[in-house]
Structure formats: C-alpha cells, structure tokens
Design a protein around this ligand. Structure first.
Ligand code: SAM
Length: 288
C-alpha cells in the first residue's frame, strides 16, 4: 500500500471516508516523508523498541513507526479516525490502536501489558492544545518512558530547551530539564502538514535522566516555588514568592534564604538555575 506521507494518498483517504478535520483535536496531519524520517531518526527507534504514539490521526507516522519498531501502541481520541486506521494499518500486525483520550489513559497498565513494564519510547506529532499536560503527565507520573520525541509548536520547543537569563526560560524549561535532556532535532514549516497550522513547529527529543540532576527534599514544593517565581516575570523573586497564595513564607524568611545563597535581594526568578531553585526550596521548605 502506498504510504500516507504521499500527500495524494492522504487526500484520497480523507475523501474516501469524508473525514472532516477537527480543530478542537489539534488535527494537522504530516504529509512530508523527510520529516517523518527525521522523527524516526531523532527517536532512534529500533526493532527492540515498544513505542507509544499519541494521536495517530490517519496513521501517517504510525506506518513509519510500525516499520522501525517491534510494536506500537497508538492512542487516538477521535472515533471517526478508528475505521480509517484499520485500513491504513492493515499491512502491519505489530500495531494496537486504542480509542481513548490519552490524558485519561492508564499508560502504566498499557506498558505493563505490551512491554512487560520495561521503558517505552513515546513518539508523536502532538495535538498542540495539550502539549504541556501530556509531557508533564508522562514525567511526573514516573511512567516507564526512556525518551519522548515529539512535534510541538516551535516556541514551546524553544521554551523547553532554554537556559537561565533568556526570554524563553521559565517554569516549563525547569520542569522539563528536571526530568530530561532536551534537544531540538528539526524545525518544521507549516507546509509539511495538512491542513497547515498557523504556527511553526519543531521536533524535540527529551531523553529521560536516570536520576534527576539535582536533589531536593520536597519536589512538589520546588515546582510550586518555580511556578510562583515566573507568575509575575517583572517582579523580583522576593515579591513574586511573597505575593503567591501557595507560598506561606514571610519576606524576611525569603530574603534570609537569598542572602544565605549569596543572591541579591532584587534577583528575578529568570536568573536562577535549577540547582539554585533546589537549594532555595531546601532552605525555605526543607527537612530540618
Ligand atoms: N500523527 C498524525 C500525523 O502526524 O499526521 C496526526 C497528528 S495530529 C497533530 C494530532 C492527533 O492527536 C489527531 O489525530 C487528534 O485527533 C489526536 N488527539 C487530540 N487530542 C487527543 C487526546 N486527548 N488523546 C489522544 N489523541 C488525541
């Protein structure tokens, strides 16, 4: 069967099933073979791998994954796509399609069932409206995932990879970098999709750390402090933390912690590294 990366085949399939694209599901299907090859290469998919794909659409990336991997679990929310996937993936006996919302799926159970609980690779052209919840669920849920290679909005990829002191640096950069090493593998223009998205895209690979790069007594408290620090970007760190209803520390306590760390009273959150956020958290909320 001709691959769906051929735009003619995609058009033919969509017409045959009278498929109507749903904006609310972030449906922009890939129609460029080079980009698909780049995704497979960035994810380093081999015949040893069990891959979880989020949002297979009509199966374009799934066809490439099925050829490269041992087996593929593809989770799709849109019921109109399920009969299409049955046809476009008919040649592959190593793909399981699951009709579900990925945010409500018990991924741990799926990985146990299909890969004996061993780490899987997640590979996807993500629906952009839920990029952050999907990635944070994978990481914070401590699921057995060795890497996540995904197409996301270009700006989001830049935020994930940004370092301290840059305009893109924020809570997302720190959350992602606590769990993984980010690497932008390719930038992808709108004409590689059908329909074309209004934004640029990028393929980013997040390779899971074996263990987090910093140690902190209370991980949840650190993420609360990080989020509060970037809520009001222009304010000093002291004011941002003090104004946050989630953080019950006095100005004096925060100033004392900054002083102990050798930081200025007027420092802003965007100047702090992950190590410094961990140290600040231990000073403010750590075990005695
Ligand atoms: N993988 C296909 C491709 O590359 O051509 C389609 C990618 S498209 C950007 C995103 C896909 O995710 C769509 O098929 C959409 O229906 C699906 N999707 C959206 N929200 C979802 C959710 N919560 N759970 C599972 N799939 C979802």
């Amino acid at each position: 069967m001709e691959k769906l990366s051929n735009p003619q085949k995609t058009i033919e399939t969509i017409k045959k099933y009278e498929f109507a694209f749903q904006k609310k599901f972030g449906q922009n299907f890939l129609i460029d073979g080079h980009v698909l090859d780049k995704i497979i290469a960035a994810a380093e998919v081999t015949k040893e791998d069990c891959v979880v794909e989020i949002g297979p659409g009509i199966g374009t990336l799934t066809q490439y994954l099925a050829e490269a991997a041992r087996n593929v679990i593809a989770i799709e929310i849109d019921k109109m796509l399920i009969p299409i996937l049955q046809e476009t993936l008919a040649d592959y006996d190593n793909v399981t399609v699951i009709h579900q919302d990925v945010l409500k799926t018990d991924l741990r159970e799926l990985v146990r069932e299909h890969n004996e609980g061993r780490p899987v690779k997640v590979v996807a052209n993500l629906p952009y409206y839920i990029t952050t919840p999907i990635i944070m669920n994978l990481f914070e849920g401590r699921l057995p995932v060795s890497s996540v290679t995904v197409m996301v909005q270009k700006e989001v990829a830049q935020r994930m990879q940004a370092g301290p002191g840059t305009k893109d640096y924020g809570a997302l950069s720190l959350a992602v970098q606590y769990f993984a090493v980010p690497y932008i593998a390719a930038n992808v223009p709108p004409n590689c999709f059908m329909p074309r998205p209004r934004v640029g895209s990028a393929v980013i690979r997040l390779t899971r750390h074996e263990k987090p790069p910093v140690e902190v007594d209370d991980e949840q408290a650190m993420f609360q402090i990080i989020r509060a620090s970037f809520n009001q970007r222009r304010k000093t760190l002291v004011n941002s933390l003090h104004n946050s209803p989630q953080i019950s520390k006095t100005k004096e306590e925060i100033l004392r912690a900054l002083e102990q760390m050798g930081l200025s009273q007027t420092v802003r959150g965007e100047a702090l590294t992950l190590e410094q956020f961990a140290a600040l958290t231990d000073l403010l909320c750590g075990r005695e």
